[in-house]
Design a protein around this ligand. Structure first.
Ligand SMILES: *Cc1c(COP(=O)(O)O)cnc(C)c1O
Length: 496
């Protein structure tokens, strides 16, 4: 029997996995969720012997049940290949008091590659399965890393176009350079004079505009999403938590069934939701530690039960977490409301009307798997500096937020016996300036970005990643900039 997907806002809507991936977003702004979370019914000793690709099949086949074995294995093979600079795909490094699960060994050196290197293959396969004739237009808002990873994944994929919107002044110089130098005739990159939330709202609006959909259909196009609201991004992200657990077991670091803590630097709530799904599949996870930067709307939500985005939007050194509307939280809200689409819809309408909602005490009790906290800019920088001085290991600014929050958790909870895996979401080379400032601002402040790259390579003893070498001399190919309310007209211009 196929695992079906339904909408967080309409219990009557149903889709197979491939249909949910194709649509990206459910009809009235809802998100697709599986009707139940499948169990990981595989012995840990078997998992411990699996490669990353085999683990990916074991996990993903339980969610994407309308893909044939051959289809799914082909997607996995094409995704997790030589594009990654290590055969392990997601290696773990021990530093200080935690394990760092390095999710940045893909083509764009951030964790978005873990899902976006497979999404194009899933999408193309899904289009074939569902006899889609239209060309698929990937419409994406990015806080910096999704955009490049999606561009790299979809560039020159036949039957697709990709349009990426990013906040013109809200991403790192290297992130921007990576995007505006993207090759491929089917790629379009647009800066908006606004922040990520505005980019994301603009994209969501286009997705739910039936007139625009009709017009596009007439022109032979249909939208799909590469944002983390697409279930085709969420499912591949469950894999590395299972893989990390199996590796710890295989290496004798934990006993069978021993619980671990997972710490995730969070923005749109996709990565940590994948860990929540992994836990619900049966993976022994004790706490899901949700780390925010100074945009600490989630941290406040976990402590008060009220989600309130009415606050100042702060630009931080961890831009991929500068988010006040964490889209994937809706899937958790739906889950703790007892899969009640009606109740969830009320909350989401309140969020768009008043910018906030408050969950019931019963629902708040359902959040006990989570611990939420945040790190200030100074605390995160301090964490980079201290870890480097003590161990020689250099982490990026996002991972540092997680490491700093984990430090707070350890102080508060003192369960020192439980091993922690910190999701290391970006290479420090992607945020070189902020990372080197944290290590030693005095010494490095006068160096250029690329001098800093070489210096980072020297002090960390890590080779400069290919993704950085590639943009040293690359030509700018995209220079469109628009206001947030012009996004739709830019899309029309590109397509019609
Ligand atoms: C996207 C991103 C995050 C946030 O992940 P979510 O799934 O949106 O919570 C954290 N760190 C980096 C480097 C990212 O690119």
């Amino acid at each position: 029997m196929d695992l079906m997907y339904t909408s967080t806002r309409n219990a009557g809507e149903e889709a197979t996995a491939s249909q949910a991936i194709l649509k990206g977003l459910a009809q009235n702004g809802g998100l697709f969720v599986p009707k139940w979370i499948p169990k990981l019914d595989i012995d840990l000793d078997d998992l411990a012997r699996m490669t990353y690709q085999e683990t990916a099949y074991a996990v993903m086949s339980r969610f994407l049940t309308d893909f044939t074995e051959e289809e799914l294995k082909t997607c996995i093979k094409n995704a997790y290949d030589g594009k990654f600079d290590t055969e392990k795909i997601a290696p773990m490094v021990r530093a200080g008091d935690a394990w760092y699960l390095e999710l940045f060994h893909g083509p764009t050196i951030a964790f978005k590659d873990m899902a976006l290197s497979i999404l194009p293959h899933l999408l193309i396969t899904a289009a074939k399965k569902n006899q889609v004739k239209n060309e698929i237009v990937i419409l994406t808002a990015t806080s910096g890393d999704t955009g490049k990873a999606a561009l790299a994944g979809f560039a020159d994929v036949p039957g697709t176009k990709i349009i990426v919107f990013y906040p013109k002044h809200g991403v790192s110089p290297i992130q921007e350079k990576q995007m505006v130098t993207q090759k491929g005739d089917n790629t379009f990159v647009v800066g908006i004079r606004g922040n990520f939330d505005q980019a994301q709202s603009g994209v969501k609006k286009m997705f739910s505009d039936p007139n625009l959909a009709k017009e596009l259909d007439a022109a032979g196009y249909q939208f799909s999403s590469a944002n983390s609201i697409n279930i085709g991004r969420l499912v591949p992200q469950i894999v590395y938590y299972v893989y990390a657990y199996a590796r710890l077991y295989a290496d004798g670091e934990i006993k069978k069934g021993e619980k671990i803590n997972v710490v995730v630097p969070t923005g749109n709530f996709g990565n940590i939701l994948a860990a929540f799904y992994a836990k619900n599949m049966g993976l022994p996870i004790e706490k899901l530690i949700c780390a925010s930067n100074e945009n600490k709307v989630l941290c406040d939500f976990f402590s008060t039960g009220t989600y309130d985005k009415n606050r100042e939007f702060i630009l931080t050194a961890s831009p991929s977490m500068d988010i006040l509307i964490s889209s994937n939280l809706e899937r958790l809200i739906y889950n703790i409301a007892g899969n009640d689409a009606g109740q969830n819809t009320e909350y989401m309408e309140s969020l768009s009307r008043e910018g906030k909602y408050a969950i019931t005490p019963e629902m708040k009790a359902g959040l006990s798997d989570f611990y939420g906290n945040y790190a200030t800019e100074e605390e995160a920088a301090q964490c980079i500096r201290a870890l480097y001085r003590e161990t020689g290991y250099v982490i990026d600014t996002h991972t540092a937020v997680a490491a700093a929050v984990y430090g707070k958790y350890r102080k508060e909870v003192k369960d020192t016996g439980v091993q922690a895996v910190i999701a290391s979401t970006a290479s420090p080379f992607k945020f070189t300036r902020s990372v080197m400032d944290a290590v030693d601002k005095e010494t490095y402040q006068d160096m250029t970005d690329f001098e800093l790259v070489d210096e980072l390579s020297r002090i960390a003893g890590v080779a400069v990643p290919q993704a950085i070498e590639d943009i040293r001399s690359a030509e700018v190919l995209h220079d469109t900039v628009c206001e947030p309310d012009e996004m739709e007209s830019v899309v029309r211009k590109i397509l019609c």
